[in-house]
Design a protein around this ligand. Structure first.
Ligand SMILES: [Zn+2]
Length: 257
């Protein structure tokens, strides 16, 4: 039998006999046995049988201080990509720190929604028993496609029909939640569904609607190089699905110009 690989789980896993707790020193990209940080994190996720697709959040598997180490690891590998692209990063002053800049941009900015916890959403009871259509938007969307890691820039509108028992969230929280979902490599169709699911779970409304309209740079920068192509899609849930008048009202009120 091959030697047991170190397994790290959040909760002690009873069945793992040779359990070894892996501590990674702050700022290090490897654990004591030389495993890269990404492998250590991946094993924690696999031990819990969790999914870690590009648009999944894996923050619960990352310990404090490890994100810095992850930036270092990505920078090392990004440097290898630049070298494979035959770019003289030693003498080209423009690309000397590109690998680190890209690593920081991925981990700390544009894909940050994978690595940080969901923003806290203060909920208010629906004291005035609002049951009128609420529309929030346009909310700016900055994301990237999972296929090419090319930017997706667009806008989102959210429609909510609260019930008298709904928990309402502050207006700014819709933007925070949207940003958290979008700061990951995404597929537009999946992103809007994910956002609608989250809003349904949090607010428990009678209906929720999400419309997204975006430019996909993988259509503009590469591929067909079609500068004007956009993608628009929507998710309608509950009352928005059943009541065509409500749906029409929502779509008429959002100004997509
Ligand atoms: Zn793409």
């Amino acid at each position: 039998m091959p030697a047991k690989k170190p397994v790290v789980t959040k909760k002690p896993a009873a069945k793992t006999a040779a359990k070894k707790v892996v501590a990674i020193k702050k700022g290090s990209t490897k654990d004591d046995s030389g495993l890269p940080l990404s492998v250590v994190i991946r094993r924690r996720i696999e031990a819990q049988k969790a999914r870690f697709h590009a648009n999944d959040n894996i923050s619960e598997f990352i310990k404090p201080g490890e994100l810095e180490g992850l930036v270092d690891e990505v920078a090392e590998k990004m440097q290898a990509v630049l070298e494979s692209l035959v770019i003289d990063t030693k003498n080209d002053h423009n690309t000397q720190n590109t690998s680190r800049r890209v690593a920081k941009m991925y981990v700390q900015e544009v894909f940050n929604g994978r690595y940080v916890e969901q923003p806290t959403l203060t909920k208010f009871p629906n004291v005035s028993r609002l049951n009128e259509l609420m529309i929030i938007g346009p909310i700016t969307v900055r994301s990237a496609c999972s296929h090419h890691l090319c930017p997706i820039m667009g806008r989102i509108w959210i429609g909510v029909l609260p019930s008298k028992d709904s928990a309402l969230i502050g207006l700014s929280k819709y933007s925070r939640l949207t940003e958290w979902v979008m700061c990951r490599p995404q597929i537009q169709e999946e992103a809007v569904v994910e956002l609608a699911d989250m809003l349904e779970k949090k607010i428990k409304p009678i209906g929720v609607a999400v419309v997204m309209d975006a430019d996909h740079f993988c259509m503009q920068w590469r591929g067909v190089k079609d500068r004007d192509s956009k993608m628009i899609n929507s998710v309608m849930r509950g009352a928005f699905l059943k009541d065509s008048n409500l749906r029409r009202e929502f779509l008429a009120l959002i100004d997509r110009k």
